[in-house]
Design a binder for this molecule. Structure first.
Ligand code: SAH
Ligand code: SF4
Ligand code: F3S
Length: 438
């Protein structure tokens, strides 16, 4: 039996895709291993969203080359968004890489492996065409991680935010048929998964010809055995009232929305081609909060976009303070070749980007802490995941419906169970609780 080792960078879509390819290779008799030295095949699933993500992968590839010196038959493949962006460029600079395969070509990996077996482990191949009809609709990935299973409901993106490489590497948006998504979720429920996260770059534009996203999520939430449904990501221009109503009404749809705002200044939002205004976002957040009890609202921010002045940045700071997000993922702008924004002159120095990032994180940390303190004394239901990261004996962790991490003691091991905990303390982003009844 051959063994495959995966190393996955980037977003949840990539993590899902690694499981998809693990499913395809499983059909070919491959076993998964988490020990790179033991593997016959190494697959690096890559991300192009920021320059840093690509640099890390090249560093990692150069380190893996050593393993090839020890094992002549070892095969190394690069998949994911860098494969789509750089194509042969990867094998030109790293000839020890045997194949490069972009996100629309994963079904061809078994044939590529056969070719390499025939031609020898010095050979290399690239498959990087787009295929707008490929949605892997009927395939079942081999889900392996944790208590939450991700399920892709669509692929690609049509939004072309001016800074973003995703539409160029993942191609046009396409939705998977509702029936295929539901079959996958039913199968996961049979495997005892209780929590599902529906994935897409912009789930609110899901449409399979008959059903929109609200229709889909309601169907998924009704699958027997599923206790919680989450989804990511939502674009503020497309978050519908129908969906807000569905979240508010259905107990199994989590009170949790990831709604990237990116910037607080209308000038910058326009330059980013986000197609909404600060005012629209503020009203949307207000509406969602009013309708959905205990909503956990999370966002993404980019600092240092070309043309971002001190005033524009202050608009973002003010927006964060006004909305009081439960959490924010903040990134330094990184120009990506081929995008519209890459043609703009950069005006914010690296030092200024670092300072803005640091300051905004401080502002958000304070807000998160303040909001989490309000939960002290409340009872929350968590889906227990297992031992807490710090792994003190008897210490376990789980997530609340609003996606906050709670650490609690339990005399018996707990995993994949819904438990009630009373929140008793907060440290930074982590809540501490005690099991109700213990
Ligand atoms: N489709 C999702 C997320 C895509 S990438 C969405 O639209 O929300 C995840 C995050 O990376 C984005 O929300 C954005 O904040 C950040 N990002 C994307 N391109 C970037 C770039 N060129 N530089 C810095 N951050 C970027
Ligand atoms: Fe990128 Fe914008 Fe598409 Fe998100 S919606 S993937 S930020 S282009
Ligand atoms: Fe990165 Fe591709 Fe996701 S560029 S963020 S792995 S869609």
């Amino acid at each position: 039996m051959k063994k495959v080792y995966f190393e996955t960078y980037g977003c949840q879509m990539n993590k899902y895709d690694s499981e998809l390819v693990a499913g395809i290779l499983g059909q070919e008799g491959y076993l998964l291993t988490d020990k790179v030295e033991d593997s016959d095949l190494i697959l690096i699933n890559t991300c192009s969203v920021r320059e840093h993500a690509e640099k890390r992968v090249f560093g990692r590839l150069d380190a893996l080359r050593q393993l090839k010196k020890k094992n002549q038959d070892l095969v190394i493949g690069v998949m994911g968004c860098m494969a789509a962006r750089l194509k042969d460029g990867i094998t030109e600079s790293r000839p020890f890489v045997n194949f490069v395969v972009s996100p629309d070509n994963y079904r061809s990996i078994p044939q590529l492996l056969q070719k390499i077996e025939q031609d020898g482990s010095d050979s290399h191949f690239t498959l990087a065409e787009f295929n707008e009809y490929e949605d892997y609709g009927e395939l079942f990935p081999s889900h392996t991680r944790g208590v939450n299973a991700w399920v892709a409901i669509m692929r690609g993106c049509n939004n072309f935010c001016s800074y973003c490489i995703v539409p160029y590497v993942r191609g046009r948006e396409r939705s998977r048929k509702l029936i295929n998504v539901v079959s996958e979720v039913e199968r996961l429920a049979q495997q005892n998964y209780k929590e599902i996260t529906l994935l897409g770059q912009n789930v609110n534009s899901y449409h399979d010809g008959e059903n929109d996203f609200a229709d889909l999520i309601l169907r998924v939430a009704d699958v027997e055995g599923i206790e919680r449904v989450r989804f990511a990501t939502s674009h503020p221009k497309d978050l519908s009232d129908k969906l807000i109503e569905a979240i508010a009404a259905h107990p199994k749809i989590c009170n949790h929305i990831h709604l990237p705002v990116q910037a607080g200044s209308d000038k910058i939002l326009k330059a980013m081609n986000r197609r909404y205004t600060r005012e629209h976002y503020l009203r949307l957040a207000e509406k969602a909060r009013a309708k959905i009890d205990g909503l956990g609202l999370y966002t993404d921010i980019i600092v240092g976009f070309p043309g971002e002045t001190d005033e524009d940045f202050q608009d973002t700071v003010d927006l964060l303070k006004e909305i009081e997000f439960d959490g924010a993922f903040i990134f330094k702008y990184s120009p990506r070749e081929g995008t519209k924004a890459a043609r703009l002159q950069e005006t914010v120095s690296e030092k200024e980007k670092v300072d803005r990032l640091k300051y905004l994180n401080e502002v958000q940390d304070e807000i998160s802490l303040k909001k989490n303190m309000r939960l002290v004394g409340k009872i929350e239901t968590v889906l227990a995941e297992g031992p807490s990261k710090k792994a003190k004996p008897n210490q376990y962790m789980g997530r609340t419906e609003a996606n906050k991490i709670v650490v609690f003691d339990s005399k018996t091991p707990v995993s994949n169970q819904m438990l009630d905990v009373r929140i008793i303390d907060v440290k930074g982003h982590t809540l501490f609780g005690e099991l109700v009844g213990s």
